[in-house]
Design a binder for this molecule. Structure first.
Ligand SMILES: NC(=O)c1ccc[n+]([C@@H]2O[C@H](COP(=O)([O-])OP(=O)(O)OC[C@H]3O[C@@H](n4cnc5c(N)ncnc54)[C@H](O)[C@@H]3O)[C@@H](O)[C@H]2O)c1
Ligand SMILES: N[C@H](CO)Cc1c[nH]c[nH+]1
Ligand SMILES: [Zn+2]
Length: 435
């Protein structure tokens, strides 16, 4: 069994603390390889997609776009029980994201006669990256396509890696179709992100790329940010658990392993003020890790994991805020009090009956979340990612008269006389058409 870090926080040496905060993941280290792939796609379009898919996914693809017949066939292959589970998840995700929607247009009177407001307009086109390397992620199809459609995006395309036979995982196809995807493409990794950004013969470019992926996908999104908007860096999954004596070691260990099974670069951290709980959880992690089906991935991921004993709950919370985890579980006697102290996290799970897996699949919140500390500045995927907010104003002659001095004085102070003049011209003795 690999050695996860087990320490009192007061004994953490600088290197260990820094390693934890950086997750030992360096996106820049894969950048040269990512740049090469991106250039290839930009230069050679569909032919590059076929060559790169052969190189990285081990399969030669013909048509990049998944046809109606393949989607229909997937519908026949997926058992009813699974379709029902997708439907339940979809309904909850849609309900949650509908709740997030802003009003279409609002106006407020900021000064007499001055109406200022904002209208919400969906983006025209969005590309959803749905991971499918080590495992297929039909749930990510729901998490990306549903909020885009709730926001009113007209063209939502999905890119996901093909399996060994060159076909897309049928459950992913069913989920994408159910969620309302307009086009589905069998291409993954950096090449998919580049194709959605620049376009190829088969794929028209999109205005924004959303969705999670491994370190290569995340690096590609960051690299192409000047060409296409992205949601956030949503890379290898992570969890930080703040727990006290009320928590069960067995449950804590299972949550740590659930995160570790995503990716060798995933990270799981437990911070507790109870040393006995820490010791018992370490033993449970070791026991459960050996029983997991994805042992190879879990083993590597646990090399980065940590169980830390804090001197107090305040110290645990402060570490969590510095770490800024993608998922934060708070399993303590009074989770709401701890929640009040949380400054940085992608999504928070309160109490012993709220596993991260609930948000991963079916409680309704979005599972596309910032990793690697990006939760310090980024939000998880939500309806706002799919809209623009356009400000609107309408001012009466009286309203403009009232604002005249403020505007002209400020304009002249900036040396922009024409700005001041554009106000004065309207207020000379003349009647302008319109209301
Ligand atoms: N943060 C989130 O919101 C969130 C949500 C769900 C999943 N995830 C993460 O998504 C990831 C899924 O990863 P995955 O690998 O299973 O699927 P993936 O679809 O992200 O990546 C697979 C692709 O990676 C590319 N690739 C693999 N090795 C490469 C190499 N050496 N050079 C260049 N490209 C290479 C290939 O093109 C392949 O198609 C996991 O890390 C998981 O934790 C994150
Ligand atoms: N934990 C992932 C977010 O980091 C989402 C997911 C999808 N399927 C299972 N889990
Ligand atoms: Zn997960």
């Amino acid at each position: 069994m690999s050695a996860l870090l087990f320490k009192k926080m007061s004994e953490l040496v600088d290197e260990e603390a820094k390693g934890l905060l950086s997750r030992g993941v360096d996106v820049q280290s894969v950048m040269p390889a990512v740049v090469e792939i991106v250039n290839e796609v930009q230069e050679r379009g569909d032919r590059a997609l076929a060559d790169l898919t052969e190189r990285f996914d081990g399969v030669r693809i013909g048509k990049v776009r998944v046809g109606k017949d393949e989607i229909e066939k997937a519908g026949d292959q997926v058992p009813e029980k699974l379709k029902k589970a997708l439907e339940i998840a979809l309904e909850n995700i849609a309900a949650f994201h509908h709740q997030e929607l802003d009003r279409d247009l609002w106006m407020t009177e900021t000064s007499p006669g001055v109406m200022a407001g904002q209208m919400v307009v969906p983006l025209d086109s969005v590309g959803a990256y749905v991971p499918g390397g080590r495992a297929a992620y039909p749930s990510s199809a729901l998490m990306t396509v549903v909020p885009a459609k709730v926001a009113g995006v007209e063209r939502v395309i999905v890119c996901t890696p093909p399996g060994k036979e060159g076909k897309v995982n049928p459950i992913t196809l069913v989920a994408a179709e159910m969620a309302g995807a307009d086009e589905i493409y069998r291409v993954g990794g950096v090449q998919a992100v580049a194709a959605m950004a620049f376009g190829t013969e088969s794929i028209r470019p999109v205005q924004k790329i959303v969705g999670p992926g491994n370190i290569y996908v995340t690096a590609a999104k960051l690299l192409l940010r000047s060409t296409v908007e992205i949601d956030m860096p949503a890379g290898p999954s992570e969890v930080l658990i703040i727990a006290d004596y009320t928590a069960e070691p067995e449950v804590l260990a299972s949550d740590m392993i659930a995160q570790a099974e995503h990716d060798p670069q995933s990270i799981s951290v437990l911070v507790t003020d109870d040393e006995d709980l820490a010791i018992a959880t370490r033993a449970e992690v070791e026991k459960q890790a050996k029983e997991t089906a994805r042992w190879e991935i879990v083993k590597e991921s646990l090399e980065k994991a940590a169980i830390l004993v804090a001197g107090s709950m305040e110290e645990a919370i402060s570490f969590s805020n510095s770490f800024a985890p993608e998922h934060l579980e708070i399993i303590v006697r009074d989770p709401m009090t701890v929640l009040g102290e949380i400054r940085n996290a992608g999504s928070v799970f309160l109490g012993p009956y709220t596993p991260v897996a609930a948000g991963d699949y079916a409680s309704g919140t979005n599972h596309v979340l910032p990793t690697s500390g990006y939760a310090r500045a980024f939000s998880g995927l939500n309806v706002d990612a799919f809209v623009k907010k356009i400000t609107v104003q309408k001012i009466s002659k009286e309203g403009l008269s009232l604002l005249k001095d403020a505007i002209t004085i400020l304009a002249e102070a900036e040396g922009l006389d024409a700005h001041a003049e554009s106000v004065r011209k309207r207020l000379v003795e003349r009647k302008l058409e319109g209301v």
